[in-house]
Write a protein that binds this ligand. Sequence first.
Ligand code: SAH
Length: 405
Amino acid sequence: MSSMAIHLEEDLQHVDLKRDVTKHLKRGHRWIFANCFDESRTGKSGIRLLKYKGEPLALGIWQADTQLRFRVLLLTEEPIFRRNNIERTLELYFDSQWRKALEIRKTFDLSITNSFRLINGEGDGLPGLIIDIYNDTAVIKHDHPIMEKVWNAKAIAEKIQAAFPQIKCVYLKRRNDESEKGVNIVGSLAPEVQFLENGVLFASNIRDAAKTGFFLDQRDNRKIIQHFSSGKTVLNLFSYTGGFSLFAAKGGAKEVTSVDIAKVAIEAVERNFKINHLPTTHHDIAADAFDYLEKQILEKKKYDLVITDPPSFAPNERSVEQAKAAYTKVFSNSIKLVNSEGLFAASSCSSHISSQEFMEICQESFSRARKRATLVYFGAQPVDHPYPLAMEELRYLKFALFRLD
Ligand code: SAH
């Protein structure tokens, strides 16, 4: 196998566009959907040269079986493009994107935050490739099976270890429902990996965890929660392994309640409290958050701070209206549990709900709960989750902290 990070399997074939999307690509967008190609010619997935009216336009990855049909690596007009040496072009391209990605991640002081996203797919110019670092473990994850062929995990592992000598294990994580959940590329994955986020220790069973092991994207927002938690009673709904809960405790919360439907997630909350030796009283409850909310409203229970970060309710564009209704319901019910002058943090990770729509949902939620509020902070995804300016759809995370008036 070659030592190149982007692996070109066979001689480069081309695909023909039937529509002119040059402007779209030149603005920095990286996706072309199936309707821009002749539907009868799908062929095999892999690296292809994209042509329009016979002229080469871009190099990218063809996904024969998805509506998202072509993902751009680079345009042929870029100076590093070499018409007669595609392998060299791919190598130069990877190295330049890699260097730029590392530059952004230099912002992390590894003695307080050694967990971060090293490569964020399109956002780092490397479509379909996710690399997350958890202390001494790197996790590679793809979003389409062809990516295992395109991205040469061995060569990438070498580059990871060269940049981060502390890495002892590089693990390729597949979908949780696949027969083989993942493979070790370097070393061997520990049953539990411990890592730091802003001075708080977290443990993850990476093999079975959601995504690559942790929701790294809420880092900055958890820090905000830390600043507002002193002396407060906190309810963290859809807590997963307790990211927000631990930061509330670290910020001096009086009492923290975490609710998640997954028992393993709740067990992980307990584990995370334990390894941080925090004295905070905590209630870790495996329950349906929607039911829990209804019950607490009936019991007239109140908290000083409620955090509601549900899973995405809008997996696609068609489900947006339904999702808006679901967010409004769960947010307005959450607001009913907040003390007067207390705080409410709402978040949504759905890329199909824009920031503006999210704020409209929040307004409607407060109106339904018959409360007025002040926006204290608006957050999004952190620096290790960049996205191309032209691809607003990859700006998915919204987080708003309100104070009830
Ligand atoms: N805030 C978390 C991430 C939340 S991810 C963090 O900072 O890490 C969404 C979580 O919602 C998942 O852990 C999932 O198990 C949980 N979940 C999904 N449906 C649920 C339901 N009906 N009730 C409670 N939790 C639910």
